[in-house]
Design a protein around this ligand. Structure first.
Ligand code: DX5
Ligand code: ZN
Length: 218
């Protein structure tokens, strides 16, 4: 299994008064993806931003948009986020009644399909879907807010997911989201994580470009 070391800055923690400058900074950094956190105030207890912001980011971004849908009934909005410029769409396991259909829909659009698990959701529940996925996103905090503390059980889940992927011959990337710092990031890469999402670590630092480079060097 090829193990990547990718970094996906979450713009949730960015300064939205200067969003254009933020995206230009990310364009000129070693960031691999731009992580967009979409929250509906129902699936998670917070509202973030929606389609117009994703469209604007897409117009100037030179990195693929990794769109994390923390919304109920995501099927209703998949086509619109695709049109807005998403390269990867992640839906929550907990929000999809017909997950296989949802994944097929995303893949038919010609973009990458990913499923996210909340901290309480077992990796074993992916047994019959993981072979169809381009990525699995493991939440390492309860979704809804940036700046929360990393949940240690995540390391175990990454290991369990790798085992399941071997059994099922899945080529999915493993992404982890929430509370990532340099120490956590190093352990996650060692466990086999391919993509680290980081919001407050990057945008709360003096030198975001340098922090992204530090994550890439772990
Ligand atoms: C949480 C979001 C995360 C969040 C990560 O609901 O899915 O992407 O922005 O932020 P940090 O890195 O600050 O925990
Ligand atoms: Zn996210």
């Amino acid at each position: 299994m090829i193990h990547m070391k990718l970094v996906a800055p979450s713009i949730l923690a960015a300064d939205f008064n200067h969003l254009g400058d933020v995206i230009e900074m990310l364009n000129n950094s070693e960031a691999d993806l731009i992580h967009c956190d979409i929250m509906d105030g129902v699936f998670v207890p917070n509202i973030s931003f929606g389609l117009p912001i994703v469209q604007h980011v897409h117009q100037i971004a030179r990195k693929p948009l990794d769109v994390h849908l923390m919304i109920i009934d995501p099927d209703r909005y998949i086509d619109e986020f695709y049109t807005a410029g998403a390269s990867i769409i992640t839906v929550h396991y907990e929000a999809c009644t017909h997950l296989h259909r949802t994944i097929q829909h995303i893949k038919e659009l010609g973009i990458q399909a990913s499923v996210c698990l909340n901290p309480h959701t077992s990796v074993a529940l992916l047994a019959d879907i993981v072979e169809y996925l381009d990525m699995v996103l493991i939440m390492s905090v309860n979704p809804g807010f940036g700046g929360q503390k990393f949940i240690d059980n995540t390391y175990r889940k990454v290991g369990q997911l790798k085992d399941l992927m071997i059994q099922r011959n899945s080529k999915a990337l493993i992404e982890v989201d929430g509370g990532v710092n340099l120490e956590v990031g190093e352990k996650l890469y060692k466990e086999g994580t391919d993509v680290l999402v980081a919001g407050s670590l990057i945008f709360g630092s003096e030198n975001p470009v340098g922090t992204i480079a530090a994550l890439k060097r772990l």
